[in-house]
Ligand binder design. Structure first.
Ligand code: URA
Length: 211
């Protein structure tokens, strides 16, 4: 299957992303921007959700009106801890989505992901999953998370991030050519510590004020 990367170049997303990149942006502002961008990303990534028609009463008459077709709710899976920022924004738009969490940390010398937490809804087989991780740097964490989720066989998987490095995209798609990536931007490269350049720094630290 052909791998796909969609860069969502909407001007509002691009403007907000630039504000997030600025080193002087405060934690509170960074968090708000992350929520706002995530709502816009959610709009784009759910474009292909199927609709069905239901008969409803408006104050004026009966009509056949569109509603989401899937009776099994979407699952948003956050790669902890920075994924929480995107999750919060997406839940504002899709409040009844189900939520999963995967805890992975990057082993600092090898940059390989190590799993420390895994909790997702149990009836996953008929559900579509959106995996969220703001920074696809080496792509190792996202690839490991998706590999773990494939073991429980969801109906479909998509990966949503804010920033991706070209190296991360190639690495991810080598392992998961069937999983489309949606990102607000593809940056230039990774530095020797595995940070995306120009990037926005450590997304988790900036989101939670832990630096
Ligand atoms: N994770 C981050 O938070 N930032 C990067 O630049 C790379 C990985």
């Amino acid at each position: 299957m052909a791998s796909s990367v969609t860069v969502i170049g909407h001007p509002l997303i691009q403007h907000k992303l630039t504000l997030m990149r600025r080193a002087e942006t405060s934690t509170a502002k960074f968090r708000l921007l992350m929520t706002e961008i995530s709502m816009l990303l959610a709009y784009e990534v759910t474009r292909d959700l199927p609709l069905k028609y239901e008969s409803i009463n408006t104050p004026l008459c009966l009509m056949n009106a569109p509603v989401l077709a899937s009776d099994k709710k979407l699952v948003i899976v956050s790669i902890m801890r920075a994924g929480q920022g995107i999750l919060d924004g997406m839940l504002q738009l899709m409040p009844s989505a189900r939520v999963g969490h995967i805890g992975l940390y990057r082993e600092p010398t090898t940059l390989e992901p190590v799993e420390y937490y895994f909790k997702v809804p149990h009836d996953i087989q008929e559900r579509d999953m959106i995996v969220v991780d703001p920074m696809v740097a080496t792509g190792n964490s996202a690839a490991a998370a998706v590999q773990r989720l494939k073991e429980i066989n969801p109906r479909s998987l998509k990966l949503v991030c804010l920033l991706a490095a070209p190296e991360g995209i190639s690495n991810f798609h080598e392992q998961h050519p069937d999983v489309p990536i949606f990102t607000a931007a593809i940056d230039e490269k990774l530095d020797e510590h595995g940070y995306i350049v120009p990037g926005l720094g450590d997304a988790g630290d900036r989101l939670f004020g832990t630096k």
